[in-house]
Design a protein around this ligand. Structure first.
Ligand SMILES: [Zn+2]
Ligand SMILES: [Zn+2]
Length: 169
């Protein structure tokens, strides 16, 4: 997910470029397709990248433990700072924020790391395959989304037989 910004760096502040994104990035051992678009804006310090990207990440439902694809929307907005002067080619002093994203010496922005970080931030704490996920039966572990198990009817059977004992005595 690399974009060469050497031309944009030479333009005036406020100049923009738009790029479509449709790439696969590695996330937690699996490939995630990331799609959408970003706008690149020349700022006084570097390049501001903003846009909306969409991807689908596979999660394990916290209630029924089944795997499901969860769509994530990544609202990206990050400023990338140059490490090399675009006119002279000279090294620039490193930015003060150590965590900030940088434009490499070939004037290339790599969005992959930012996308990964946004994905981690967007991941739900307790993912659910659906708002109405029925979860697992606490007795037999059956996935109740696939229909009821017979635990409930067994409980009713037990009560009936107790009653009949009482009746008999
Ligand atoms: Zn579930
Ligand atoms: Zn059950």
């Amino acid at each position: 997910m690399q974009i060469n910004v050497s031309q944009l760096l030479e333009e005036t502040i406020g100049s923009t470029r738009e790029y479509g994104v449709n790439e696969t990035i590695d996330m937690a051992g699996g490939g995630c397709i990331v799609q959408g678009g970003v706008e690149l804006v020349r700022t006084d310090r570097g390049i501001l990248v903003k846009g909306m990207l969409r991807t689908t990440v596979e999660f394990k439902c916290s209630r029924c433990l089944s795997l499901f694809g969860c769509p994530l929307a990544l609202n990206i907005e990050e400023e990338y700072l140059p490490t090399t002067d675009v006119v002279s080619g000279a090294w620039l002093p490193l930015p003060e924020e150590p965590s900030c994203f940088t434009i490499d010496e070939h004037y290339v922005i790599d969005l992959t790391e930012a996308v990964r970080q946004y994905m981690v931030l967007t991941v739900p704490m307790k993912p659910l395959c659906g708002e109405d996920c029925a979860g697992l039966c606490p007795h037999c572990g059956h996935n109740l989304n696939q229909g009821p198990c017979d635990c409930l009817s067994k409980e009713i059977d037990c009560r009936w037989s107790d009653l009949s004992k009482v009746d008999l005595s």
